[in-house]
Design a protein around this ligand. Sequence first.
Ligand code: GLN
Length: 279
Amino acid sequence: MHAWQQDHLTIADYERLSPLEKLETRILLMAVTGLTRIELITQSDYQINLAQHLALQTLIQRRLDGEPIAYLTGEREFFGLPFFTSPAVLIPRADTELLVELALSHAPENSALLDMGTGSGAIAVAIAHTRSDLFVTALDISPDALAIAQKNVMRHLAPSRVRVVHSDWYADVEGQVFHTIVSNPPYIVKDDPHLSQGDLRFEPINALTDHGDGLSAYRTIIAGAPEHLASDGWLLMEHGYHQADEVRQLLLVRGFVQVQSWRDLAGIERVSGGQFISN
Ligand code: GLN
């Protein structure tokens, strides 16, 4: 038995003995005890009870086996809001906040916005939460993902603020027009070694890869966008670190103007987009 597996430990004991990184131990302690980050410090001699101890043992072991923290706690913060997560959805990533910021700065007042492949709903909810004038629709092909997205809508907004729709890309929004379309689609290339490393091993494979060259979601989204965009509307999409050129090319070939890419905090071109002017 390891020292962290003994019973009758205090918070301070756990912080000292846990085999996990300090931050991860704290996140699990908060989830199990219900204490805040500050309380963990001010009540560090708090005695972990048996039920909490057993829960922590299980969580620490699952983390040692590689499961992402966000699935263990069922939660991840994105754009300053806590979001429910589950293995049915990609864990929201800080990189994606760039897409939210661009959507907020490009969507006209009182306009309609579509989020394609919404997963947890983090993008759609963050946008709607910041801009109460927007009419937001969030679609996904996965019913399990939509259940999480709906929970996140209800957690942060009046239920009608984001319309959650089951749809295979544009299939079930036929005839509907939006002023802005955003997406963080599956873009990892089939057989990329990252898919079998770290947190990605536990995330839904269909949210990570198109099982092809990593561009097929962009081809589909870009091909259908003009039919679903109001004139002058923007299409904004997150992509991988090496895909900006190819995504811009696809936009240009489809007749988009103002085609450009934006860099994330690491200086990598992370989002590309363009505007469609119809006559
Ligand atoms: N950004 C994710 C990663 O590389 C991938 C997300 C996606 O495919 N949309 O870990």
